[in-house]
Structure formats: structure tokens, C-alpha cells
Ligand binder design. Structure first.
Ligand SMILES: O=C(O)C[C@H](O)C(=O)O
Length: 500
């Protein structure tokens, strides 16, 4: 029997969550560098560059790569010869309690505060739990005398695009996967990794898809050695066909939508072929380690050489300067799709919960707590600042979720500009066109880089919503790209073009 102390489990998981919040895995950086080298499209290439610069800056500052610091997932492989014990004696906490204690400690750290994204009572008040608990825990009993631990911080933008189907045994899994891609849009922050679970039962297929994401990116090696199994063949076929769709980084059109495709399979009923698809975004964060009773895990920083060749700031000379404090419809009408803008001045923030509350108040004829006339609103839920910061990581959230609020807000408040990530639906684009407004994009997954443009931040409405409150940011030279212009142009037109 190996005795593993629960204190060591908590310390190791808490440290792992901190570590992965600012260090990308080296294999991801290598694959992203390759994608940057091969990319020809200017918009996609620039987005990949921003992701690389962001990765380097986060690692240097030990601050979160992305404002969505994720839902904490912990996968435990408990050896049959492991016994848990408690140094202080008394009751042994449950595995869920151990994980939650680690999550609480990691996310509330004063040195590197992370964002609390979990809400309780999802059908009810959706109240932020404020410490990112509960963690998602999966336990498997395995042979041996050690504890295997995989710690993951999975962003919402990827999981929200998860798909499942039960195919007929004779159907093509590759065809089904390719059919899903255009509908998934760009909110999952490509380029990333697709996880595919095949077989088992419905819930097992989903778990396989999720678990498949946490092994090193090795598509390049697989291409070189060639497929030796149906799983290898499926990985290669899907990677090639997905990248041929031309969706590209952030959906801006380009060569690399996926850096790898991972597949795990399990035996299933003769009548079925369950299949699940879960993407992992550019803020890929996971680490695996083992506890053998000798104490908590310590994590070695990656070799800084993995960021060699990546600049430590973006050039700020390429773009048109825009003063947000004097914004007019006439000025917005001149912006064109693809143009880079450098925003300075006062910027409001608001995302899902704030939009729902604002539009509910409009419907009830109640006065709004903030005047939106001729203002710009940034879809973001930032990380709280630590010493010396105005705000922590503050990248865009998926705009598509705010589509249904666009028409009422433009119509009834005079809001002029929205900033987020990913494509807009037809109705939102039409409302933008009709009201002479504009939608701008920042790079999803480059939240630490964006935060460097924020000079100050203060909550001005709905403080009970936590990170979903309405803030006023003062920004200087915040780089964004015009994605939907007042004339009806749309940078994400690739989604109208892709053939499946
Ligand atoms: O919650 C966020 O900040 C972003 C979310 O992960 C998303 O990708 O839409």
C-alpha cells in the first residue's frame, strides 16, 4: 500500500492550476509557430502572432493567458494499492472536497488571481460561486500504487461547441465531424485541437472526447510515420478535411483551423456508433503528473527557449486611431471590414448576464444604470487585477451569444459599437447595418495582451454579477479589427462559403 496524504493532493492540484494558467504546453507553442510560418492570409497570420506574443507575455508575468481561466477539471487515476490519509488526523475529506479546496485556493490566489466563472443554479438565479467551485471530477480505479492526476482548465468557448450524435454503424464518422465544423463558428478560438470520442455509451463517448484532448500534439509526427490503425487514419483524414474548409485562425479564413485531431475509442453496442466532438481552444491548459506518496508535486517552468523568435509586444503603428470619447455615427460609417483600429478612451463592458438584465429592464420600461448612446461595449468578463495592474487578462468573449440583444440595444439605447470575438448571425448583422453601427473583433485567447491596453477599470453597474458586471475601462491603443461594418460587410464570410 502507498499512503498518499490528502494535503499533498490539494497542494499539487492547486499549484497545477496556477502553473497552467500562465504556461502553455511546449507542444502547443511549437504547433502554433508552425501554423504562423505556413499561414498566408494576413488576418489569420496576425491573429496567430497575437496568440504567440500573448503566450510569451503571460509566461513572463505569470498571469493568465486568457480571461476565461476555465472550469477546473481533475481526472484521477487511483491505484488499487493507494490509501489516502490525513496528516492532521480526523475525518478524511471526499475527493470532491479535496478538489474544491484546491480550486478555491488556486483561483483566489492573491499573487495570480484567476477568474471565477462557475454559476450555481443554472436554471435559476445563476449566481457566481465566486471561487470557481465546484471542480469537475472524474475518478478511475487502475492497477498500481500511485495516483495519476490530470489537471485541466477548460474554457467555456470550446465546451459550448461540443457535439454528440449516435450514428449508424455504417455511417462515416469523418463526414459527420466535417458537417459540424461550419456550425461551430469561431467561438472556440481556432486554431486548436479537436477531441473525438467514438464508441462506448453516449456519456462515455463525451468523456472520451474530452480526455483525448490532453495528450501532446503530434499530428506532424503522425503524418511522417503514416497511419497504423483506424484511429490514426481518422485523425489524418479529419485534420486534412477540416483545414481544407479554410476557416482558419479566429474564423478569419486561413490554412490552419486545427493543430491536431485526437481520437479515443471504446467498444460499443452492435447497433450504434456513438460519436462526440469537443474542441479545445487556443488557451489550451492541461498537465499530468503522478503522486507516489513522497510528497506534493513540484512543477518546473518550461524552457524559455520555446518562446524564442516571438516578439514581446505588437507594433502599435499599424492602425487608425479612434477616440472613443467623441465617437459619432458619421465616423463609424467610414470604417470598413478588415481595417485595424486602435481604440483609446472610455469603453463599457458587458456580456451575457448584463445584456439579459439590460434588455429585461428595457422591456419593463425601467431606466438603465448606464447611458449607452454613442458608446462602445466590449463583450468581456475580465480577470481581477493584482498589484500594479488595472485589470487582469481581458480578452473578448463570443459575440454570437449576444446576437439576440443587438437589435433592442441598438434601437432603444443608441449603442454604436460592439467588440467581441467570432462571427455574428444574420439578424445581428442586419441590425448593425440598419442602425449604422459596427462590430469589431479582438483576438480570442490573447486576453493578457489586450489587458496591456487597459489603463483603468471600475465597476459601474450590476456588481452582483461578478466578472459579468458592467465596467468602464479607459483604454489606450487597443487593437481591434472591423468585422461587421455599417455598410453590411462581414469579415467572417468564410462561414457562408464553406462547403461540406
Ligand atoms: O468566458 C469568456 O471570457 C470567454 C468564453 O470562454 C468564450 O470563449 O466565449
Amino acid at each position: 500500500m502507498t499512503v498518499i496524504y490528502v494535503e499533498d493532493v490539494v497542494d499539487s492540484i492547486a499549484d497545477a492550476l496556477q502553473f497552467i494558467s500562465y504556461y502553455h504546453p511546449a507542444d502547443f507553442i511549437d504547433a502554433l509557430k508552425d501554423a504562423y510560418e505556413s499561414e498566408g492570409g494576413a488576418a489569420a497570420k496576425n491573429a496567430i502572432l497575437q496568440l504567440l506574443v500573448n503566450s510569451r507575455l503571460s509566461a513572463m508575468a505569470k498571469r493568465p493567458i486568457c480571461q476565461d481561466t476555465g472550469v477546473a477539471h481533475v481526472f484521477l487515476e487511483v491505484g488499487m494499492e493507494v490509501q489516502f490519509s490525513n496528516r492532521l488526523g480526523g475525518f478524511l475529506p471526499t475527493i470532491q472536497q479535496l478538489v474544491d479546496e484546491a480550486v478555491r485556493r488556486a483561483y483566489l490566489s492573491e499573487v495570480n488571481t484567476l477568474r471565477a466563472s462557475m454559476v450555481s443554479s443554472p436554471l435559476g438565479i445563476r449566481s457566481n460561486t465566486r471561487d470557481n467551485t465546484p471542480g469537475i471530477v472524474h475518478v478511475e480505479m487502475v492497477a498500481g500504487a500511485r495516483l495519476g492526476v490530470t489537471v485541466v482548465a477548460k474554457g467555456g468557448g470550446g465546451d459550448v461547441k461540443a457535439r454528440f450524435a449516435t450514428l449508424n454503424p455504417s455511417d462515416s464518422p469523418a463526414d459527420w465531424i466535417i458537417e459540424q465544423l461550419p456550425g461551430m463558428g469561431a467561438g472556440w478560438c481556432p486554431p486548436g485541437v479537436l477531441g473525438i470520442g467514438i464508441g462506448g455509451s453516449p456519456e462515455q463517448a463525451m468523456l472520451l472526447a474530452k480526455k483525448s484532448l490532453f495528450s501532446p500534439i503530434d499530428l506532424h509526427q503522425l503524418r511522417e510515420r503514416g497511419p497504423v490503425s483506424p484511429v490514426d487514419a481518422l485523425r489524418l483524414e479529419v485534420a486534412e478535411r477540416v483545414n481544407a474548409l479554410g476557416i482558419g485562425a479566429q474564423g478569419l479564413g486561413g490554412l490552419t483551423t486545427v493543430l491536431d485531431v485526437k481520437v479515443m475509442e471504446a467498444p460499443c453496442h452492435a447497433a450504434t456508433l456513438p460519436i462526440a466532438l469537443i474542441p479545445n481552444c487556443a488557451a489550451t491548459r492541461h498537465i499530468r503528473f503522478f503522486l507516489d506518496g513522497s510528497g506534493p508535486m513540484t512543477f518546473e517552468p518550461p524552457d524559455p527557449g520555446i518562446w524564442d523568435g516571438i516578439p514581446d509586444m505588437l507594433p502599435t503603428d499599424g492602425g487608425m486611431h479612434v477616440d472613443l470619447d467623441t465617437l459619432t455615427k458619421i465616423e463609424v460609417a467610414q470604417w470598413r471590414v478588415g481595417q485595424t483600429l486602435l481604440l483609446s478612451g472610455k469603453l463599457l463592458t458587458g456580456r451575457d448576464a448584463a445584456h439579459k438584465r439590460l434588455t429585461d429592464m428595457l422591456a419593463a420600461n425601467e431606466p438603465l444604470p448606464v447611458d449607452l448612446k454613442d458608446r462602445a461595449i466590449y463583450y468581456v468578463g475580465p480577470v481581477d487585477p493584482v498589484d500594479g495592474e488595472a485589470v487582469g487578462s481581458a480578452g473578448p468573449t463570443t459575440a454570437t451569444r449576444m446576437d439576440k440583444f443587438v437589435a433592442p440595444l441598438l434601437e432603444q439605447t443608441g449603442l454604436l459599437v460592439m467588440i467581441g470575438k467570432a462571427e455574428r448571425g444574420r439578424a445581428a448583422r442586419e441590425a448593425i447595418h440598419q442602425h449604422g453601427a459596427a462590430y469589431l473583433v479582438a483576438v480570442g485567447g490573447a486576453g493578457y495582451l489586450v489587458s496591456k491596453a487597459v489603463l483603468s477599470a471600475r465597476v459601474i453597474a450590476f456588481p452582483d454579477l461578478g466578472m459579468e458586471a458592467i465596467y468602464e475601462f479607459e483604454v489606450r491603443n487597443m487593437p481591434v479589427t472591423v468585422a461587421v461594418d455599417a455598410a453590411g460587410g462581414n469579415i467572417h464570410s468564410v462561414f457562408n462559403l464553406v462547403k461540406v
